[in-house]
Each structure stands twice: as structure tokens, then as C-alpha cells.
Design a protein around this ligand. Structure first.
Ligand SMILES: Cc1ncc(COP(=O)(O)O)c(C=O)c1O
Length: 378
């Protein structure tokens, strides 16, 4: 089955009890058991709920994994996955990892004795140089947030695998429609499902997906132990949102390409970061591991005044945290996604006070450009 068909026919598209076109919302915390000797498939909704399971199976199918797990947020998926590691373990992490991931690693996990080195993961030699005897994990995002830096997933996963290191990829920006890290040799795929997978800016959720069944069992046990699961109502909303992932991504990506090209020609714009632009560093590597550049781009404005005018003046793109919704969202990494990163560190990474990120939604691209033009020119 092709991807678009899998979105609709995922093994849970028809309720076997009634023939309803969709999974019912099982709003229950517990399940009545018939026999002391044989419990049913479900006993308690933290351990398993049919609505959540339908969603978990659907996301696993899309990522070509054997097990998917749904969490109450992207950070819950990330933090639970990091519980695979123990005091004394070391991780190599891409330097412009999502700010929340940076925060949990450098505060909570550092305190628990899991250390990490942040590296420019676009350079395989930098990854290799950071690996120590106690390194157990390699944590990547590509394209990275917000500078759209590209890491070679195949090469990095091979490097890690040869040393017994787990490769973990946050695939939020690409979604499995455009990039499937498990097929490239990576071990765990993570998502903020809050973004494109749900797609409608109305749910906070996260996912972890694995191909290896033993690793899947370990993660499932951590999900149940830590307990940050997604509720049945939210699971149902994401199941519904997921059905249109392909058409949403296609349309938004098309518009993002047009907007990136237009921005590149504006005198108020100093630099555009979008993997679809031929001059983008890593353009070739990206094309070799993903089937499209996606619907998120970043750009630097000529001055702080123009930056502020754009953020506050855009009518169609909501000045907000987040991305991946049907509505365009313009955000300010320095004060939003990367506010947790100290200023000096941020500036060093290129996340300056003139950098903005645009997640392109489903509005007509002509209207979006007219709106950006109005806000840019003042
Ligand atoms: C790339 C990436 N990973 C993880 C997260 C965290 O996800 P959530 O906000 O659903 O906890 C985000 C949120 O913005 C993100 O952009």
C-alpha cells in the first residue's frame, strides 16, 4: 500500500463491532474482567486503551515501525525515551536541538547523571569525535529547528550502530510522509504530534516509534511506568487529523517553496533557510533521505525593527509558538522555542534576534505573500 492509502486504511479504519468508519472513543479508565485466570486484552487505560492503540498502530505503520507509542506531549515522548539511559551514560546531541529537549537534557537528565555533548551534526567527523566509551545514544533532528541544518541520517545511524549506540531522531518537521528514519537505519523516531501529525493546533501529543521489537517492549514498559499517556479523546482527534496528512503536507510544502523563493528576493530579508532552496547547505543530503523540503522555513531580517514589525504586523500568520497547523504560524525562536537556551549559546548557534520561523498553513499562497509583504514593508 502506498502512503496515502495507509493514512486511510490502517487496520483500524472500520469498527469491527458496528461497521462504523472509525475507531470509537473508549472513555474508560478500567476494563471489567471475566475470569481470575484470564484477563482480557485491556485492564487499565494507562497500560492500554483501544482508541490510543488504534492511533499508536497507525503511526507505527506510517513510520514502518513495529511499535508506536502515544504520549501526552512531544516532551513526554522525548523524556520517556531518555529514561532508556542510566547514570553514567553519555549522549551526543545535535547542537540546535529543540529548546525543550535541550532543557530536559541539561537540567533533569544531567542531574540524574546522564551527560551529553552538543555537536554540529551536519559534520560526521564532529559526531565521531564526540563519541566516548560511555556514549549510548545519538539524538538528531533534521532539518533542525530553526536553522534547517541537515544531518545525514544513513551515515550517522551506521556510525552509531557500529559502536552499539542508539540513534534517536525527532522527525517532527518532516513527518513520515516525507522522511522515514527507521528505513534509514535509525532506532527510534520521536514526534511532537502536536504539529503536523495532528495538524489542527488543537491537541498536545507525542509519539515514539521503533522497529526493533525488544526495544519497543522496553519503551512500552517505560510508557506504562512513567505514565504520560495520551487520553482517548485526544487520540481520536489525532486519528482524524492524521487522515489528511498527505494532502496537508503537499499543499503547505508547495506554498512554502513559493514563499521561500519570494522571501529570497526581498531587500528586507538577509537570509532564508529552507532545504528546498538549491543553495541551502545540505540540500543534496536532504534530497537523498527525504522526499520533500517540508512546510517550515526560517529567515533572518535585515534589522530588529523589521523583525518586530513583521511578527506583530502579520494578519494571516499567527504570531505564536508551534507549527504544523492548517493555519500559518510565525514564531520568534529567540523568545519562544529557544527561550530556554542561554542568549550567548543561542547567538553562537545563529539563533539571533532577527531570526523568525514560518510554518506555512493551508491559506492561499497569494494571500500569504500579500500579507507578508504588507507587514515587511510597513
Ligand atoms: C522539533 C520539536 N520536538 C519536540 C517538541 C515538543 O513537543 P510538545 O510541545 O508536543 O511537547 C517540539 C515543540 O515545539 C518541537 O518543535
Amino acid at each position: 500500500m502506498k502512503f496515502g492509502t495507509k493514512l486511510i486504511h490502517n487496520g483500524h479504519a472500520v469498527d469491527p463491532a458496528t461497521g462504523a468508519l472509525g475507531t470509537p472513543i473508549y472513555n474508560t479508565s478500567t476494563f471489567r474482567q471475566r475470569s481470575v485466570d484470564h484477563f482480557g486484552a485491556y485492564d487499565y487505560s494507562r497500560s492500554g486503551n483501544p482508541t490510543r492503540e488504534a492511533l499508536e498502530d497507525a503511526v507505527a505503520l506510517l513510520e514502518n515501525g513495529s511499535r508506536g507509542l502515544a504520549f501526552s506531549s512531544g516532551m513526554a515522548a522525548i523524556s520517556t525515551t531518555l529514561l532508556l539511559f542510566s547514570p553514567g551514560d553519555h549522549l551526543v546531541v545535535c547542537e540546535d536541538v529543540y529548546g525543550g529537549t535541550f532543557r530536559v537534557l541539561t537540567t533533569v537528565f544531567a542531574r540524574l547523571g546522564v551527560t551529553c555533548s552538543f555537536v554540529d551534526a551536519t559534520d560526521p567527523a564532529a559526531i565521531e569525535a564526540a563519541i566516548r566509551p560511555e556514549t549510548r545514544g545519538l539524538f538528531l533532528e533534521t532539518p533542525s529547528n530553526p536553522l534547517m541544518k541537515i544531518t545525514d541520517l544513513r551515515g550517522s545511524a551506521a556510525l552509531a550502530r557500529a559502536r552499539g549506540i542508539l540513534t534517536i531522531v525527532d522527525n517532527t518537521f518532516m513527518t513520515p510522509y516525507l522522511q522515514r528514519p527507521l528505513d534509514l537505519g535509525c532506532d527510534i523516531v520521536l514526534h511532537s504530534g502536536t504539529k503536523f501529525l495532528n495538524g489542527h493546533s488543537d491537541v498536545i501529543c507525542g509519539f515514539a516509534v521503533t522497529k526493533d521489537e525488544e526495544l519497543g517492549r522496553r519503551l512500552k514498559s517505560l510508557q506504562n511506568s512513567f505514565g504520560a499517556v495520551l487520553g482517548p479523546n485526544d487520540s481520536w482527534l489525532v486519528l482524524r487529523g492524521l487522515k489528511t496528512l498527505k494532502v496537508r503536507m503537499e499543499e503547505s510544502q508547495l506554498s512554502a517553496g513559493v514563499i521561500a523563493a519570494w522571501l529570497s528576493e526581498q531587500p528586507e530579508v538577509a537570509e532564508v533557510f529552507y532545504p528546498g532552496l538549491p543553495g541551502h547547505p545540505g540540500h543534496e543530503v536532504h534530497a537523498g533521505q527525504a522526499s520533500g523540503p517540508g512546510a517550515v522555513l526560517s529567515f533572518k531580517l535585515a534589522t530588529y525593527e523589521i523583525t518586530r514589525r513583521l511578527l506583530e504586523g502579520s494578519q494571516l500568520s499567527a504570531f505564536a509558538v508551534s507549527l504544523g497547523g492548517v493555519e500559518s504560524i510565525i514564531s520568534y525562536p529567540a523568545r519562544m522555542s529557544h527561550a530556554a537556551v542561554p542568549r550567548e549559546e543561542r547567538e553562537k548557534k545563529g539563533i539571533t534576534d532577527t531570526l523568525v520561523r514560518l510554518s506555512v498553513g493551508l491559506e492561499d499562497v497569494h494571500d500569504l505573500i500579500a500579507d507578508l509583504e504588507r507587514a515587511l514593508k510597513g
